[in-house]
Design a protein around this ligand. Sequence first.
Ligand SMILES: *Cc1c(COP(=O)(O)O)cnc(C)c1O
Length: 464
Amino acid sequence: MNPLSQLPAVDRLLAEPAVASLVDIHGRSIVTRLVRNALAEAREAIRAGAPLPDSASLIAKIDKNAKAQAMPRLRPVYNLTGTVLHTNLGRAPLPEEAIQALVTAARSPCALEYDIESGGRGDRDDIVNELLCELTGAEAATVVNNNAAAVFLLLNTLAQKKEVIVSRGELIEIGGAFRVPDIMKRAGARLVEVGTTNRTHLKDFAEAISPRSAMLMKVHASNYAIQGFTHAVPESELATLAHENGLPFVVDLGSGTLADLDAYGLPHEPTPRENIAAGADLVTFSGDKLLGGPQAGLLVGRKDLVARIKKNPLKRALRVGKITLAALEAVLRLYRDPDRLHERLTALVQLTRPQTEIHAAADRLLPALQAALASRPVTVEIVPLKSQIGSGSLPVDRLPSAGFAVRPQGKKGGVLNRIEAALRGLDRPVIGRIEDGALLLDLRCLAPAEETAFAANLAGLSCS
Ligand SMILES: *Cc1c(COP(=O)(O)O)cnc(C)c1O
């Protein structure tokens, strides 16, 4: 008898109790498609000489594919890379206050562009304008999709068909194709580079100023450091020079924290408040780097310049939604209480976590990792590590941390790549890093409250 004709019909498979319960979960349309696919694959295999599959194996395949297609693509992972603000892993985790606020904003209508007092139309920037001014000392603020958008909008508004003078040492590329010269070109501005890679002086800027100049610009070289025989012009001198020539002085700060990081034992990072105090007319920075908030680009500074920027029609194209604003407002409110910021702002909690505490977490989790890797030819030990802030912040400074080093027994390095892949294949993927012949798992970003679930998740390794 032809085995093809013995395959069950689509309807018969759909009527099987196991498949019917999949229909309850995933819906008829998806499950019907998966049933058809499974039958088509079986026919193909039979034509190639495979035996007739039994219903149980067909159903198992349908079940597996149903689970796979239901899995969200934007999955939570454990960030054990040692890079706290990891751009590819979503940068800053939000504090609970921001999560509550964004959930509420998502669920209900809210006064996004509505003035509750007057009943008239409002401005969505007003939600965070006062807070941003209070926290930076600026006169006005506006918010767009990210810092790249803020820089673009600023240049397009104030420097179209004009020249922007920037130090050659600051013509940076940020991961993910943000290059200052490219943004400048797309914004319609002409870049005038001054100085050399390592040294730029005030007279280099002064000599470049012409009737075509739109502004002097400083780009915070956030993801690398030039060391040795270097010179950069202090911001206050650039501001004075710009103002003497009737030009604005603008700063792309990149990672903009609103707090004084030294107060929390972290290396100093310049703040928008310092830029404004030094005479900057506009400062742009990211919402999801050191600030610890949602993805956003914040632009603060002189009222007249912010007003011009807000009138640019591209502002409408780059604006943020209510969910972002809800989270941003909540995060900015936390900054009003600097004494408790390091306990409440998740990014800062992670950045200030003491090495001894991280080491203690490693002690607690070592048995779970050893058990999960028991069948593999590796050793596991607790080691001191150095975390980095990430997202281009403070590239040279490292934070003392701790975690696990998994090393191959003998010379077979391939085992590390297999374990690294198996960790990525867990229900909740665990992302570490391979460095100097070891797979390193930095525990800085694993919250104590997550440890139990983390250990349970690791157990999946022994089955893979
Ligand atoms: C990160 C960064 C940007 C880009 O900011 P996004 O928020 O990622 O768009 C631009 N300039 C500097 C100096 C940066 O550090």
